[in-house]
Design a protein around this ligand. Structure first.
Ligand SMILES: Nc1ncnc2c1ncn2[C@@H]1O[C@H](COP(=O)(O)OP(=O)(O)OP(=O)(O)O)[C@@H](O)[C@H]1O
Length: 360
């Protein structure tokens, strides 16, 4: 982000009450800018009351906006969240895939529903994500944070080109501890707040709880892949991911989830050692969305991620028909599952090209 890019622009700032977006308020106002702040409200479930952690978030957001003389408005995206993010997640889950609600939340809510409700009145939308944008040869790119553990470019990799054009990440060049130091130095009320965990907007609900609330349970057999023997029951295929090693509740482990048969509702596991089947060195992705306008090809050598981990894997890309790409990874990857996003970066894992969904 450079100052020429943002001065004289109308800026909407997404303020969650957490430390990162609070420091965004400080960063923008110290540059003499006056963003309007917005708190996005999403309740835990249709009928439930506004929960107390969100109340505290809103109080913090209000205090931080007031400290810097910025307006704060609350935008209700409750319906959109449940209709779009939850529907997407549950549809994928039912089909046996492993979707990522946090990824879709950026596209559908923070830069989506919010834009329709309020963001369209602004030139730019600022958030406290750990990611950067850079202009390279006249095009705006999403680039990684210098903090590999906090980097959130993978969560942003599904946003659309117009959304990237509107996005700015004013703390994206800092390391997490630097952001905390600024917050403490500036006496921000949110300085010592814990990092948010769990699913975006739903706070402490974990993924299994989220799925259980929506889809309930659907018990079926657990079968040992090699012998075809039934060795137990599962409560629903959606509680399991390919490559999973823990939390299977079967005796005599370790067990590894190898595959799911959605039609027969069977979970296949393998026993005792990490089987070669749990690893893949080659897979295909489809539906690749390029983040940067005017870019429609991947380079031959790339790095990629299929999970929110600090490490990137090196790979060679083979372009196939129908907008598909074959990813030939340099090393074997554990737990490659259909429906996951594969996020592609340049060989230096600096520029993010975008993401596609793993086909097989
Ligand atoms: N309820 C919300 N209202 C407005 N903006 C939000 C809200 N939740 C998240 N955001 C925006 O999305 C960014 C990334 O959200 P994430 O859930 O990853 O939080 P985070 O990295 O812990 O950031 P923070 O410390 O600001 O909460 C936040 O920095 C903020 O700009």
């Amino acid at each position: 982000m450079n100052i020429d890019e943002i001065k004289d622009k109308r800026i909407a700032l997404l303020l969650s009450g957490g430390v990162d977006s609070s420091v965004v308020v400080y960063e923008l106002t110290r540059l003499g800018l006056h963003p309007d702040c917005f708190y996005i409200k999403i309740g835990p479930e249709e009928k439930e009351e506004w929960d107390c952690s969100s109340e505290e978030d809103l109080e913090m957001a209000t205090a931080v906006a007031a400290k810097y003389g910025c307006k704060l408005q609350v935008v209700d995206c409750h319906k959109e969240y449940w209709n779009q993010v939850t529907r997407y997640t549950m549809d994928k889950v039912k089909a046996g895939f492993t979707p990522n609600p946090d990824v879709m939340c950026n596209r559908l809510i923070k830069f989506g529903a919010f834009d329709e409700k309020a963001g369209h009145n602004y030139d730019l939308i600022a958030t406290g994500h750990y990611a950067q944008t850079e202009w390279i040869d006249g095009r705006k790119w999403l680039t990684t944070s210098p903090d590999p553990v906090k980097d959130q470019t993978d969560f942003l990799a599904q946003i659309q080109q117009w959304q990237l054009k509107k996005a700015i990440f004013p703390i994206g060049h800092y390391l997490k501890h630097e952001v905390r130091e600024i917050a403490e130095r500036e006496h921000l009320v949110s300085a010592r707040r814990k990092d948010s965990q769990g699913i975006c907007f739903l706070g402490n609900i974990d993924y299994n709880e989220y799925v259980r609330r929506y889809l309930g349970e659907n018990p079926g057999e657990v079968i040992e892949l090699e012998t075809g023997k039934k060795i137990g029951e599962h409560k629903g295929l959606w509680f399991h991911t390919i490559g999973q090693r823990k939390g299977l509740g079967l005796g005599g482990g370790p067990w590894f989830v190898i595959k799911k048969d959605v039609e027969r509702n069977v979970l296949y596991v393998s026993h005792g050692y990490d089987p070669q089947d749990a690893y893949k060195q080659e897979f295909v992705i489809h539906g690749f969305d390029f983040l940067t306008e005017g870019i429609s090809e991947l380079p031959k050598r790339v790095t990629f991620k299929i999970r929110h981990t600090p490490e990137h894997h090196g790979a060679t890309v083979v372009t196939e028909e129908g907008g598909r790409y074959r990813i030939l990874s340099d090393d074997k990857i554990h737990g490659v599952a259909p429906g996951q996003f594969c996020v592609i970066y340049d060989a230096e894992h600096h520029r993010c090209y975008g993401s596609g969904e793993i086909t097989v």
